[in-house]
Structure formats: structure tokens, C-alpha cells
Design a protein around this ligand. Structure first.
Ligand code: PLP
Length: 395
């Protein structure tokens, strides 16, 4: 039974069946790109529905409506990147306020919180959100916002969203969950008690690696109004063409995730028994410590996994020697990618902080795409054997 009032089946349908062009007399089945900066007003004193694209645009509104529906929120706003969305949510906190964040976060989020928020007089601290009791002790009277990811990337630590939501509510703060790794197809944090869901829509929501975008979805209309005020005031709304591309990408979300997730399960099973692999991190494996918690709040394990080889040199060689996996930061695209998080996506976190958080330097992250499983296995097998052999020969 689903904990949600909507099953994944309904969501698969909602992804493709929605009003693509509300109010349009021609009834197009794809959303038109309203590539205009401004809109003619009916009179000198009366405003029409739209006046200026920084404030609102019909293409963006269709996307926003759709994202709000998928996450089960009352309103969604879309931004020029995931970082812009995260920053906008942090702007809800005024000077003197405190942001409490989980201690395993995307590198760019760590940079925003640690190096930008303090300039605005907002204090930030981190605590292990996988341990609600310890996390509870980290709240301060001035805590206004709690920010976390689950599963975390790349280590896939699992946070009990319901437990942290109850704590956050008791302290009168807002809980924001970065749902980038799961997407609404697999996890809907608002249903679990979160107040705000944040996305780097650059990843799975877009799914084709051709748009930078971010989103914030809220449960409370007043928070939505405040975010809309901030978006109009600061000018970080997603451009119409990018809205169109993102909306188009979301239509295939279910099909892409179903297939990539199936491949990821099989790839994880194969990696576990590979002699050159010392550890596999995938929440779809029953021995994963967060398996039960995760599957009590999400509908699947997704298409990201990470593994270790025991040596940074071997891991770097694996990343370089794969041919089918693009060496690239980012994930969630139709094409598989591979990276060394400590040298790439998480390099903005200082080495001593990475060590404190037990992020292994030899960790390899894999984002699985729509390639054939046999091809991915063959490529990875060749790279692993070559890398292990090369380093053994050199060392
Ligand atoms: C990529 C990413 C971001 C940042 O999003 P951009 O679109 O790159 O700005 C934030 N959070 C998570 C979990 C991410 O993976």
C-alpha cells in the first residue's frame, strides 16, 4: 500500500496528461514557448494576467503547475539552476536566523551555506540527520530552516524525513528536503511532512542533460507568496525556452527512471561480486543500512550508485578508462556518467570536512542511463580490470 494519496501509477499518468496550454483557443497538445519579455496591458491602469516575464510567464506557469501537482504541493517556482532554488529558499531566513543542515550535502549546497549565508548575517550549522536524537540537540531558538537530502549523494545515507519533520515543526521552523536524487516519481517529501521540496531539475526531472534548472515546491501558500515575491524582486525565474525543455523532459520521467533503476539494481548486484570492488553503496541492496527506512518513505532506490576500489589511483583510472560512461559531474541523464566525487562534484567541500564526514577519496559515483545493461557491465568490467592491473603494475 502506498503512503501517498496517489500511487506511482497515477503519477505516471499525471506526467503525460495535463493541460498543456490553459486558456489557449487553439488547444495545442504541447506547451507553447511564450518567448516574450513583456505583455501588452488592456489599459493604462488595469493589468492583464501577465505583464512581465520576470514576474510570471505562461510557459513557466504550466511547468510550475505540473511540478506542484507531481510533488503534491500547492505551488511550485522554477529557477535558473538548482543552486538558485536553494538560494531562494535560504533567502526566506532573515539576518539573525539560523539554518540547520544535514551533514552530508551536495558540494555546492555546502558552499552556499558555509560561504554565502554568513555574509547575510545568517548562521549555519550541520548535524547528522540520520540520527534524529543528535539532530534534535542541534536546534537553536533562532533556527528558521532545516535543510537535508535523502538519500544523500554520493554515500546514500538515509534520513527519516517524518522524524525530522516532527522535530522541525516542534521548533517552529521550516523543513526543506532536496529531492534531486529521487525525483517526485520515487519520493514525495511533502507527503512525509516536509514544508519545501527543492530540486536541481538539471538532473532527473529534465533527464537529458541539456537544461540547467531548479525548483522549489511548497505546502503553504504563504511561503509560496514569499518565494514569488523574492523571485520577482531578485529575477531568477527560469526562461521560457528552458521551461519548455524541462516540461518536455518530465513527460518521460517514469519511463526513464523505471528502466535506469532496473539496470542499476543489476549493476549493483554485479559490482558486489567484482574482485576489484571493495564496497558498493546502493540503497536498493538489502544489506544497505538504510534499506528499510528508505523503502518506508520512497518507492524505489533510483539510478545512482557508488563504489570503492580501495585506492584513489585505481578509482581515477576506472573513471578515465570507461568508454560508455561519460566522465562528468551531474547525473540523471539518459546517458550514463561516472565521476570521482571528491575530485569533482564535492571538491568545493574542504578535504578535512570530507574526511570528517567519511566521504572516501576513492569513491566512484555512477549515474545509470538508458544503455543496455550488458554493454555497461562489459565496459565497467574492462575498466576495472585494466585499472586494477595498471596500478598493481605501476606500484
Ligand atoms: C546538482 C545538485 C544541486 C545543484 O543544482 P544545479 O542545477 O547544478 O545548480 C543541488 N542539490 C543536489 C542534490 C544536486 O545534485
Amino acid at each position: 500500500m502506498s503512503i501517498h494519496d496517489r500511487t506511482s501509477g497515477d503519477l505516471a499518468t499525471a506526467l503525460v496528461r495535463f493541460d498543456a496550454a490553459p486558456g489557449d483557443p487553439y488547444r495545442p497538445t504541447a506547451t507553447p514557448i511564450y518567448q516574450t519579455a513583456t505583455f501588452e496591458q488592456p489599459t493604462a491602469t488595469a493589468f492583464g494576467q501577465y505583464d512581465y516575464t520576470r514576474t510570471a510567464n505562461p510557459t513557466r506557469d504550466v511547468l510550475n503547475e505540473q511540478l506542484a501537482a507531481l510533488e503534491g504541493g500547492v505551488r511550485a517556482l522554477t529557477y535558473t539552476s538548482g543552486m538558485a532554488a536553494l538560494n531562494a529558499v535560504c533567502e526566506l531566513v532573515e539576518a539573525g536566523g539560523h539554518v540547520l543542515a544535514g551533514d552530508d550535502l551536495y558540494g555546492g549546497t555546502w558552499r552556499l551555506l558555509s560561504r554565502v549565508l554568513p555574509r547575510r548575517g545568517v548562521s549555519v550549522s550541520y548535524a547528522d540527520a540520520t540520527d534524529p536524537e543528535r539532530f534534535a540537540a542541534a536546534f537553536r531558538p533562532e533556527t528558521r530552516l532545516v535543510l537535508l537530502e535523502t538519500p544523500t549523494n554520493p554515500l546514500q545515507r538515509i534520513v527519516d524525513v517524518r522524524a525530522i519533520a516532527a522535530l522541525t515543526r516542534a521548533h517552529g521552523a521550516l523543513l526543506a528536503v532536496d529531492n534531486t536524487v529521487m525525483s517526485p516519481y520515487l519520493q514525495r517529501p511533502l507527503d512525509l511532512g516536509a514544508d519545501v521540496v527543492i530540486h536541481s531539475a538539471t538532473k532527473a526531472l529534465c533527464g537529458h542533460g541539456d537544461v540547467m534548472a531548479g525548483a522549489a515546491v511548497v505546502r503553504d501558500p504563504a511561503v509560496g507568496d514569499e518565494l514569488a515575491f523574492l523571485q520577482n524582486a531578485t529575477g531568477n525565474g527560469l526562461a521560457p525556452f528552458d521551461c519548455y525543455l524541462l516540461l518536455r523532459g518530465t513527460r518521460t520521467l517514469a519511463a526513464r527512471i523505471d528502466r535506469a533503476q532496473r539496470t542499476t539494481h543489476a549493476l549493483a548486484d554485479w559490482l558486489v561480486s567484482h574482485p576489484a570492488v571493495t564496497a558498493v553503496h546502493y540503497v536498493g541492496r538489502p544489506e544497505h543500512p538504510g534499506y528499510t527506512l528508505h523503502h518506508g518513505q520512497a518507492d524505489g532506490a533510483g539510478a545512482l550508485l557508488a563504489f570503492e576500489t580501495g585506492a584513489v589511483g585505481v578509482s581515477a583510472a576506472v573513471v578515465e578508462q570507461t568508454r560508455l560512461f561519460t566522465t562528468a559531474v551531474s547525473f540523471g541523464s539518459v546517458a550514463a556518467s561516472i565521476s570521482l566525487p571528491c575530485a569533482m562534484s564535492h571538491a568545493s567541500i574542504p578535504a578535512e570536512v570530507r574526511a570528517e564526514r567519511a566521504l572516501p577519496e576513492d569513491l566512484v559515483r555512477v549515474s545509470v542511463g538508458l544503455e543496455a545493461l550488458e554493454d555497461l557491465i562489459a565496459d565497467l568490467d574492462r575498466a576495472l580490470n585494466a585499472a586494477a592491473g595498471t596500478v598493481r603494475a605501476a606500484g
